[in-house]
Design a protein around this ligand. Structure first.
Ligand code: SF4
Ligand code: SF4
Length: 90
């Protein structure tokens, strides 16, 4: 880790396209868990996730990318089938 004297003033991030390098999932205190039995693949969670962490394939939810999911809980709030619960991180 660079010290405060080596980083740009104000903590600016000047190199574009670098978000892939920052595993923001490490900020998470709660983890969304999807119940495959309840999920109807309406993709509402995918549409609302601010971090693009709901992974879909062939118009179906296949997994949650925990490297980047910050645990905001929006997907759980918006799911019409209550198919996502938020668990405390261990
Ligand atoms: S919002 Fe709920 S029911 Fe819809 S795809 Fe997501 S988890 Fe499944
Ligand atoms: S908890 Fe937030 S960041 Fe994580 S998958 Fe749900 S909406 Fe996306």
């Amino acid at each position: 880790m660079k010290g405060w004297k080596e980083i740009p003033e104000g903590g600016l991030i000047l190199n574009p396209g670098n978000s892939i390098n920052y595993k923001t999932g490490s900020w998470r205190s709660r983890k969304p868990i999807r119940d495959e039995e309840k999920c109807i693949h309406c993709l509402v969670c995918w549409a609302y996730c601010p971090d693009g962490s709901i992974i879909i394939e062939d118009e179906k939810v296949i997994e949650i990318n925990y490297d980047f999911c910050k645990g905001c809980g929006i997907c759980a709030n918006e799911c019409p089938k209550e198919a996502i619960i938020m668990e405390l991180e261990k």
